[in-house]
Design a protein around this ligand. Structure first.
Ligand code: B16
Ligand code: MG
Length: 211
């Protein structure tokens, strides 16, 4: 194997709590029921698809595309305000050291995130320089479980899909990795998902994956 492609939210940083708070604010304002169980369905899913999942519980008059765009913009503004408080302390030493050691061992490292805020987050936590390539929500047309974000990451790295590991916390991300022809490593929620090739309990276990 030549490379690792990392999901961002739920793997490198835990921004899911901010997504939850930002969507919750919007849902409360619109009188829509929304809880953490529904929020789990938003992992790895694009902003537009997340909105549609939340609107499954909406009972008001039909919403125009303009209104939906406005809702997504409002949610993203709240989310970015919450992200504004992030610092390098929001990345554990385990994550930082493991990334550095994988690099030392000669692996190429890429980010493969559905988020359009990925670079902003990596800047806040001072990890932008840890990756050789970034594939995120700004360079894809289809979001996970479509393999596009990971295939683009492999292309940016100049590596073959079958020589890439994908590290993911979301079922949609594991499905995307398998569709891309990559090795899927599950952490967090995804460690309990049958489609994963390898399961890890902590990030540092990536160093012993090939033993
Ligand atoms: P944004 P990942 C995903 O990040 C999140 O898990 C998902 O909840 C979010 O809707 C998506 O990014 C889009 O994020 O609104 O910032 O563009 O897990 O693929 O790193
Ligand atoms: Mg994720």
């Amino acid at each position: 194997m030549k490379a690792f492609i990392f999901d961002l939210d739920g793997v490198i940083v835990f921004t899911d709590k901010f997504h939850y708070l930002a969507w919750k604010k919007m849902a409360d304002e619109m009188g829509i029921y929304f809880d953490e169980t529904i929020n789990n369905r938003l992992r790895g899913v694009s902003r537009a698809e997340s909105l549609e999942i939340i609107l499954e519980r909406y009972e008001g008059p039909a919403l125009s595309q303009e209104k939906k765009a406005e809702l997504m913009e409002g949610k993203n503004n709240t989310y970015k305000e919450l992200l504004g408080g992030m610092t390098p302390d929001d990345v554990t030493d385990e994550v930082r050291n493991t990334l550095a050691e994988l690099h030392n061992r000669g692996y190429k490292l890429a980010l493969g995130s559905s988020s359009k805020n990925a670079k902003f987050i990596l800047e806040k936590v001072e990890l932008l320089g840890a990756f050789d390539a970034i594939s995120d929500g700004t360079n894809i047309t289809k979001s996970k479980p479509d393999p596009e974000v990971f295939l683009k990451a492999a292309e940016f790295l100049g590596e073959k899909p079958e020589e890439c590991y994908v590290v993911e916390d979301a079922y949609a991300g594991i499905d995307a990795a398998k569709s891309a022809g990559m090795q899927a490593v599950g952490i967090g929620d995804a460690a309990g998902y049958g489609a994963t090739d390898k399961k890890i309990k902590s990030f540092g276990e990536l160093l012993t994956l090939e033993e």
